[in-house]
Design a protein around this ligand. Structure first.
Ligand SMILES: Nc1ncnc2c1ncn2[C@@H]1O[C@H](COP(=O)(O)OP(=O)(O)OP(=O)(O)O)[C@@H](O)[C@H]1O
Ligand SMILES: [Mg+2]
Length: 231
């Protein structure tokens, strides 16, 4: 049903630790994050999960992609959506096409099944960004996005959104209002406290549930590379 990978897309892979070394301590930390997410909402199921950070380059896409892999490894049917319509990277990470994607559906140029790609990870599918639009926030806040989200919830167990930095543009804030939970990525030794606090405030002011923060690239003692702190 979904787009099969064509052979030319199989080269030029980016390394995803959870995919290539699922036994590593780092992968184990991603599984811990997964468990914490699943236990964070006792009464409400977290079906739609947004990953963001305060500023650029803090590890949103890396975190979203690795989380998608570990959710899929648990047997869930997972869709990773590249909702960073400004600087999309998920198609590179999973080496899938990006000629058709989220923007193609939102602008009604293509059907959903034409835009979703299979990945090499069993039960993990990707909806890449599609062509970069001139009006990302408008598309993210559109009625079409609302309708799409409802369709995706029927089709997939877990839907994970990679987004742009929340303090830079409105997209992640808008989308957070439509997701069950959100995760804030903090880059160790880099993210300023005031920016992390501001991002936390913005997420808390959305109707989504801020589930916690991922501290990325923490210099590890022994084999600890990632920590997860719940609120
Ligand atoms: N824990 C990590 N260990 C090693 N490299 C990392 C880690 N997290 C992120 N990186 C690298 O840092 C760079 C930025 O990461 P990533 O693209 O995930 O950030 P981002 O927040 O999505 O950036 P942007 O704001 O540009 O979308 C990438 O080259 C990525 O491979
Ligand atoms: Mg990114």
């Amino acid at each position: 049903m979904y787009k099969k990978k064509d052979k030319s897309q199989l080269n030029n892979k980016r390394s995803l630790v959870t995919k290539w070394n699922s036994k590593s301590p780092i992968s184990e930390q991603y599984r811990t994050i997964r468990t914490n997410i699943q236990f964070s909402a006792v009464d409400a199921e977290i079906k739609t999960l947004l990953v963001t950070s305060s500023s650029a380059g803090e590890g949103k896409s890396t975190t979203a992609a690795n989380l998608a892999v570990v959710f899929a490894q648990q047997g869930n049917k997972v869709l990773l959506v590249d909702a960073d319509l400004r600087k999309p990277t998920i198609h590179h990470t999973f080496n899938v096409q990006n000629a058709i994607g989220l923007t193609s559906i939102l602008t009604k140029k293509k059907e959903l099944f034409e835009a979703i790609s299979e990945t090499e990870v069993k039960s993990l599918f990707v909806l890449s960004s599609g062509p970069i639009p001139p009006n990302p926030a408008e598309l993210i806040s559109s009625e079409s996005m609302k309708v799409l989200l409802e369709c995706l919830k029927v089709e997939f167990d877990t839907i994970i959104f990679d987004t742009p930095p929340i303090l830079a543009v409105a997209d992640a804030h808008i989308l957070a209002n439509r997701c069950d939970g959100s995760i804030l990525v903090i880059l160790s030794g880099h993210t300023e406290n005031k920016n992390a606090s501001k991002a936390k405030e913005v997420l808390e002011s959305s109707s989504s549930n801020l589930l916690g923060a991922v501290l990325n690239k923490k210099k590890a003692k022994a084999d600890e590379d990632y920590y997860y702190y719940s609120k």
